[in-house]
Design a protein around this ligand. Structure first.
Ligand SMILES: Nc1ncnc2c1ncn2[C@@H]1O[C@H](COP(=O)(O)OP(=O)(O)O)[C@@H](O)[C@H]1O
Ligand SMILES: [Mg+2]
Length: 244
């Protein structure tokens, strides 16, 4: 479903390529964790997928549609098929949990409705369902700024679900959370992956989480893939190659 070919990202003035002729195919049903040292190109790669980052060259095809040359209008549509959750959540702190989740439907509606805060019953029902799925019903009316980190990321996930995506992307979504909260977030991502048949691609720092939850691990080093296989194949030797 997702075919990346010869992807290159060169930042202005950088000596090395951030992503170096990278090719990768990701299929339905996969839960991919991307590993690699800081600076390996994980964020750059994942941001290219929904074009928060424009690649220098190469191709990204989603169900046969070339994304790298799509115009902004069409790209917005694609972005709701592949939504992103972030390390710092990217929520609106002073708004309620429920309001934040409703903003997930912004991409799919006319701007004036957003300005006026007009949401249909259907949108509210979807938000309610998402809220239930991430187990935050009891906190629906709280301001986001009053929540714990783990709860904030649950809001981020619920907001993403409101777009009814085909693919969920995560750029270090648990990097600001403690280990036990991180694990719970991964459990939630896995259950959503299974229930909604969402392709999931997440950058993660914690190898243990990747090994436990991924169906496939892809490791980057200096913008290139140095490992791409099932978690059980990630030996100590390969681990050293990734991080050494
Ligand atoms: N906006 C930017 N401008 C210039 N260089 C960047 C920028 N963002 C990242 N880089 C560089 O690109 C490389 C890959 O970075 P990044 O994708 O953030 O890696 P990771 O997410 O694996 O830590 C690094 O060498 C980093 O310094
Ligand atoms: Mg990063």
């Amino acid at each position: 479903m997702l075919q990346v070919s010869n992807l290159v990202v060169r930042y202005p003035k950088a000596k090395e390529l951030a992503v170096d002729r990278l090719s990768l195919r990701i299929n339905k049903g996969e839960f991919v964790c991307i590993l690699g040292k800081s600076g390996a190109g994980k964020s750059t790669f994942i941001r290219c997928l929904n074009r928060l980052q424009q690649p220098s060259s190469g191709s990204i095809r989603l169900d046969g549609v070339e994304l790298t040359t799509l115009r902004e209008g069409k790209m917005r549509q694609v972005r709701s098929d592949m939504v992103m959750i972030f390390q710092h959540f990217n929520l609106i702190p002073r708004m309620s949990v429920f309001q934040n989740i409703l903003t997930g439907s912004f991409g799919n509606r006319p701007a004036y409705k957003n300005l006026l805060g007009l949401f249909s019953v259907l949108e509210k029902e979807k938000a309610y369902e998402a809220l239930k799925q991430v187990d935050l019903l009891a906190h629906a009316n709280k301001r986001v700024e009053a929540l714990s980190g783990g709860q904030k990321q649950r809001v981020g996930i619920a907001r993403a679900l409101l777009q009814e995506p085909k693919m969920l992307l995560g750029d270090e979504p648990v990097a600001s959370l403690d280990p036990s909260t991180s694990r719970k977030i991964f459990e939630l991502l896995k259950s959503i992956h299974e229930q909604r048949r969402l392709v999931t691609i997440v950058n993660v720092h914690d190898v243990g989480l990747a090994k436990e939850f991924a169906t496939r691990i892809v490791a980057f080093r200096e913008g290139k893939i140095v490992f791409d296989d099932t978690p059980d194949r990630l030996t100590d030797e390969i681990f050293a190659k990734i991080y050494g």
